[in-house]
Design a binder for this molecule. Structure first.
Ligand code: Z15
Length: 834
């Protein structure tokens, strides 16, 4: 296996491994090595950014070493691998996380101190890797962390966007302004370019169907684009297993267009290549919304075609029959975004590998499984048939063939049921016809899951009832989401993590979150409560410092911190929250100063981005800022209530906000939020939830106890009749809501007319998200929060019990469930001598 002298290789490898020693001196030597060579700087010339880069590069050396060992071992052991196809990976920062997972944070901390740098400051110069919008992308990041920690062989596949999620700026009128996020401006130490592993991707051209529809077809001509992979190593917590996220970048093929060069049209050749590069230029900033843009379809195909090409290339090296493909490969489709992988794998098997159609279909279905993340109709992906035909002519033929097969089968089972055929068809009739991606994902997979118990129930009952009948109950299931305690407790809340470890006498909870249960026996312990509350206070002050530094706003440092941070969306009802804040303000104004003093002081924190084209969501942001301006400027109220809208919500900002929260709001209209994952992060950090009976809120309450969650509002089965009542104008608006609306219209929060379109969503047969129906119940719940907070010992007890019982919301649990029930794969530890 070694070219040349094996002894020379072995001795060099051993020497090199020695250079990765983890004592402080060795670490400093590694950092200085990067300062002097990679960065070509001298000691006097090292600022925080340079120190971060050098330190990060030294960490990267360790990651790459572990990555190599892992990949070589998995390949030689011929293990099955999971491929997690996600168009988004919201990784946040990598440095602190890698230090913790590699178990070298302490020596790095000391090392940096010796070199004259402070760990926290160095951590803070890193830019977030923002290759995602919100929950779906962050979930993928947590799951990859868990696969590595659990020693499950897994690769993520995604796109390497030049521009990640936009940076949000709030202008002087309180409006969101989007500015680009050039995250690759400073070299990114967390990726390894694999320029020699590029793959050619084809679009357009001509296709012919195979004989009788099922024979091998052809696809020729068309535009070629290069897909260049960049690998991001994902370390597990205190394990050598280092899985991989492969992110594809689009490159034009200038040099191949000889015809154009010969014709002297150099310009045009270069322009065409540049155009190809637009495929991975930018992450689409919509969440839970399908805009149907052609470039997005190009992204999706580019990504799945490159990834399958990679997977099939590795499979061919095994030299086993294609029928065994699913024994070596499991592919998880994270939402419908990668659904084109289904016809693409059919095309590879039937057209390129000569597999009979029916056997190919069997292989495809055994390989794929599909996770649904939403029941909102505006988010369900559909692509117009003419668009698919123009971009991917062969794939459209394959989709039609899959459809024909299915419809024939359905017709056999339910003869003469035209309505059923129309509902189930992969093609929606209309002008134009549309391909229903969710239906394709359901029939092309062996398992479909939702992301919380309620959501998985709605997926079966409302979205795919015909497919439940056709494919059977067992085709559908639930895997409730989870979050990684490495980032969302150990990393973001070091003081609480230390208290927990000291109290339990071990840090095993980091990899076995059920161990937190051991804290329940201290929940009433006065001394422990005091330490617990002190951690919260320290985190509270850290957030207050941040608010002061970014907004110039001084707040009461003992106020109850009430947080709602997430993408801005009507269904998430940030609107109801800010209306509630206004109601509280109006109440406070009516009180005597003495009465005001008796009330629990509040700090309301908002953060979140709106999709750039989502007008109403942007008005919600504007209203939050307008309200905060008025309230924060009111000297009578300042001690009792303040409001902060923190710009540019991100993973790293979440790491500051979440540990500081007393109450977090998860107040979506019942049945609309598939799961939510920040709810889990807040509860894990000893924050209590104020929420509706929606998504994972329900299961969190089951786990931590009803007495530790503030629930309010209507339940899912109520929703249709309430919406109908609005439609027919049969609704009474509560006086409290009208009072708040009047206050806005009076100009109390600046120019009133601006907010009319937003207020309009409440009236005239609309109020689709039932703000008016839940408002009173919401105010009631807020009152109960105030009352409960006064009894501090009981409150702290609730927060301890809440953290203690969050074990089941570990992403480790979720990933193990996928591994056992869906992927059929087992953990495999990397041997010491590998
Ligand atoms: C997204 O972040 C989610 C659903 C989607 O359909 C899209 Cl396109 C993006 C979110 C859900 O809204 C949220 O409830 C869930 O917790 C998260 O996915 C992860 O499953």
């Amino acid at each position: 296996i070694f070219p040349g002298d094996a002894k020379a290789w072995k001795s060099a490898i051993a020497k090199n491994a020695e250079s990765l020693k983890t004592d402080v001196d060795s670490i400093n030597a590694q950092i200085v090595h990067h300062v002097e060579t990679t960065l070509a700087r001298a000691a006097f010339n090292v600022d925080e950014m340079a120190m971060y880069q050098a330190a990060a590069l030294s960490v990267r050396d360790r990651l790459i070493h572990n990555w190599d060992v892992t990949q070589t071992f998995h390949t030689q052991a011929r293990t099955k691998r999971v491929y997690y196809f996600s168009l988004e990976y919201l990784l946040g920062r990598g440095y602190d996380n890698a230090l913790l997972n590699l178990g070298v944070r302490q020596p790095y901390n000391e090392g940096l101190k010796g070199l004259g740098f402070n760990m926290e400051d160095v951590i803070d110069v890193e830019r977030d890797m923002g290759l995602g919008n919100g929950g779906l992308g962050r979930l993928a990041a947590c799951y990859l962390d868990s696969t590595s920690t659990l020693d499950i062989p897994c690769w993520g596949y995604t796109l390497r966007y030049s521009q990640g999620i936009f940076k949000q700026i709030i202008d002087s009128s309180g409006n969101q302004v989007e500015v680009p996020d050039p995250w690759l401006e400073n070299q990114n130490p967390w990726e390894i370019p694999r320029l020699d592993n590029a793959v050619e991707i084809k679009f357009h051209g001509e296709a012919t169907p195979g004989e009788g529809g099922k024979g091998p077809g052809t696809w020729t001509g068309g535009l070629d684009v290069l897909a260049v992979p960049y690998d991001i190593p994902v370390p597990g917590y205190k394990t050598q297993t280092t899985n991989n996220i492969r992110a594809w970048s689009a490159r034009g093929k200038v040099s191949f267009d000889l015809a154009k060069f010969n014709a002297g049209d150099y310009d045009a050749a270069v322009r065409e290549a540049e155009e190809a590069e637009t495929i991975t230029r930018v992450l689409y900033p919509n969440e839970n919304f399908d805009k149907g843009k052609a470039l997005r379809l190009k992204q999706q195909y580019f990504w799945v075609a490159a990834s399958l090409h990679d997977i099939c290339r590795r499979f061919r090296k095994l030299r086993v029959p294609w029928s065994e493909f699913p024994d070596y490969n499991a592919i998880q489709l994270n939402d419908t975004h990668p659904t084109l992988a289904i016809p693409e794998l059919m095309r590879i098997l039937v057209d390129e590998e000569g597999q009979p159609w029916d056997e190919a279909w069997e292989i495809v279905r055994r390989t794929f499984s599909y996770t649904n993340h939403t029941v909102l109709s505006e988010a369900l992906e559909k692509w117009s048939v003419p668009l698919v035909e123009w971009l991917l002519p062969r794939h459209l033929q394959i989709i039609y063939e899959i459809n024909l097969d299915m419809l024939k089968d359905v017709e056999k089972k339910w003869p003469n049921d035209r309505a059923r055929l129309a509902r189930m068809s992969l093609i929606e009739e209309g002008y134009p016809k549309m391909v229903r991606m969710a239906n394709l994902a359901v029939v092309g997979s062996h398992r479909v899951n939702g992301v919380a118990a309620l959501h998985s129930h709605l997926v079966q009952q409302d979205l795919f009832p015909d497919f439940v009948e056709y494919l059977g109950r067992d085709h559908f299931g639930n895997v409730t989401n989870g979050v990684t305690a490495r980032r969302w407790l150990l990393q973001c809340n070091p003081s609480l993590a230390k208290l927990i470890t000291d109290t339990l006498g071990s840090d095993e909870w980091v990899v076995n979150l059920d161990k937190l249960e051991g804290l329940t026996k201290y929940a009433k312990d006065k001394a422990f409560q005091k330490k617990w509350a002190a951690c919260k206070q320290a985190n509270r002050e850290r957030l207050c410092d941040y608010i002061e530094a970014t907004l110039g706003l001084t707040v009461n440092r003992h106020a109850l911190i009430d947080v709602q941070v997430k993408r801005i969306h009507e269904y998430k009802r940030q609107f109801m929250n800010i209306l509630g804040v206004i109601f509280r303000y109006l109440q406070l104004k009516k009180m005597s100063p003495a009465d005001r003093k008796r009330l629990v002081p509040r700090l309301s924190v908002f953060a979140g981005k709106a999709a750039p084209g989502y007008y109403i969501a942007k008005l919600i942001i504007r209203l939050c800022n307008a309200v905060s301006k008025t309230i924060n400027a009111d000297k009578d109220i300042r001690e009792s209530l303040s409001v902060a809208f923190l710009p540019d919500y991100s993973v790293s900002l979440a790491e500051i906000i979440i540990p500081a929260s007393d109450i977090s709001e998860h107040i979506s209209t019942a049945g609309t939020e598939a799961s939510g994952t920040s709810n889990m992060k807040f509860a894990l950090n000893g924050g209590l939830l104020l929420g509706t009976l929606d998504g994972a809120n329900i299961e969190i309450a089951e786990a931590v106890g009803d007495e530790n969650v503030f629930f309010f509002g209507h339940v899912t089965p109520d929703v249709p009749k309430l919406r109908r009542a609005h439609h027919f104008g049969e609704v009474q608006y509560p006086a409290e809501l009208l009072e708040v609306v009047d206050a806005i219209r009076s100009g109390m929060f600046g120019e009133a007319g601006v907010f009319e379109p937003l207020l309009g969503t409440l009236f005239e047969g609309k109020d689709h998200y039932l703000v008016s129906d839940d408002f009173l119940s919401y105010l009631q719940a807020q009152k109960m929060v105030d009352e409960a907070y006064v009894d501090q010992p009981s409150w702290v007890e609730k927060t301890i019990n809440s953290t203690a019982r969050m074990g089941r919301f570990a992403s480790d649990r979720a990933v193990l469930q996928y591994a056992e029930e869906i992927w059929n794969i087992e953990p495999i530890k990397i041997p010491q001598d590998a």
